[in-house]
Ligand binder design. Structure first.
Ligand code: GLV
Length: 323
């Protein structure tokens, strides 16, 4: 029997590649270059399956030009690179990689929040550039995390995992806002209290964004929202670029409307607003929140398992749409 054809759009782990080669006729992008839309369409010609990352946009143009495509397995929990309504209309299965990255991503979100609050990278740059010549009482004093108020916007699996770290490990009061309120047992497990978005912005000492990106939440944190926050507050974004208006954030950090920010995701990444590089009170990381080796391997394995299950059992493990 002929194996189905699969395009793997980026470099993956050898053990996952070896597994996929047992089930598929594989076209593998070993160079890890990000394909242009034209190259992606060309590479997808005649392919029934694709393993993608957030860097490849699967939209109506791609779907129309690649009519044999049956499934795209994203190596990411987020799937805003997929036009899901178009995929569903064209009966293309979409899958993502939830759960396997929850704790690793929550660890990173917490670390980024702490780094921003305690000015870790700003002070490290000061030390590395040779500026440190004496200890001073008020040098790089930041904001406390322990026993402060943690605000979480987007209380899915990762939001809840961050809430638990704050409530149980750091004695924080946890407040959150979400499309829907959690069940009472889940709220108790996270020791979290549901509040309006306005109260979240006004009350949080440390606000962490963990909501999925959709057009509806584009610039959900903009100038007006940043002005509502405390001047001592920090903002951490491990969700997606575009949720924060980065230009407004630059202005808010400069004006002292908030104390500091931690950003792992950016509008138009990997390009970023150049002004961000000139501001000391922001910690910047290159979209690595789920990046422990173990978790990235688990994500690639889950994406592979989705592909195999789809062709062998007719149903992937973690579908995003019903086709
Ligand atoms: C990373 O951003 C992911 O969505 O998994």
């Amino acid at each position: 029997m002929n194996k189905p054809s699969l395009l793997i759009t980026r470099s993956i782990y050898p053990e996952v590649l070896a597994k996929l080669e047992k089930h598929f006729q594989v076209d593998y992008n070993s160079t890890d270059e990000v394909y242009s839309k034209e190259t992606l369409i060309q590479k997808l010609q005649g392919k029934e399956a694709a393993m993608t990352t957030g860097s490849e946009r699967i939209d109506e143009d791609v779907l129309k030009a690649c009519p044999l495509l049956k499934i795209c397995a994203n190596i990411a929990v987020g799937y805003n690179n997929f036009d899901v309504p178009s995929m569903t209309a064209r009966k293309v299965q979409a899958t993502n990689t939830p759960d396997v990255l929850t704790e690793t991503t929550a660890d990173f979100g917490f670390a980024l929040m702490m780094a921003a609050a305690r000015r870790m990278t700003e002070s490290e740059h000061f030390l590395r550039n040779g500026s440190w010549n004496k200890w001073s009482l008020d040098m790089f004093t930041g904001q406390d995390v322990f026993a402060s108020t943690l605000g979480i916007l987007g209380m899915g699996r990762i939001g809840q995992a961050i809430a638990k770290r704050g409530a149980h490990g750091f004695g924080m009061r946890v407040i959150y806002h979400n499309r829907s309120q959690l069940s009472s047992p889940l709220e108790q497990a996270c020791k979290a209290q549901y509040v309006s978005k306005e109260e979240l912005l006004k009350t949080a000492d440390h606000l962490v964004l963990v909501l999925p990106y959709t057009q509806q939440v584009h610039h959900t944190i903009g100038e007006a929202e940043l002005k509502m926050m405390k001047p001592t507050a920090t903002l951490t974004n491990i969700a997606r670029g575009g949720i924060v208006d980065d230009a407004a954030l630059v202005r808010a950090l400069r004006a002292g409307h908030i104390a500091a920010a931690g950003l792992d995701v950016f509008e138009n990444e990997p390009a970023l607003n150049p002004e961000l590089l000139t501001i000391p009170n922001v910690v910047l990381t290159p979209h690595i929140a789920s990046g422990s080796r173990k978790t990235r391997l688990a994500m690639a394995e889950l994406a592979a398992d989705n592909l195999v299950a789809f062709f062998e059992k007719g149903q992937p493990l973690t579908p995003v749409n019903q086709i």
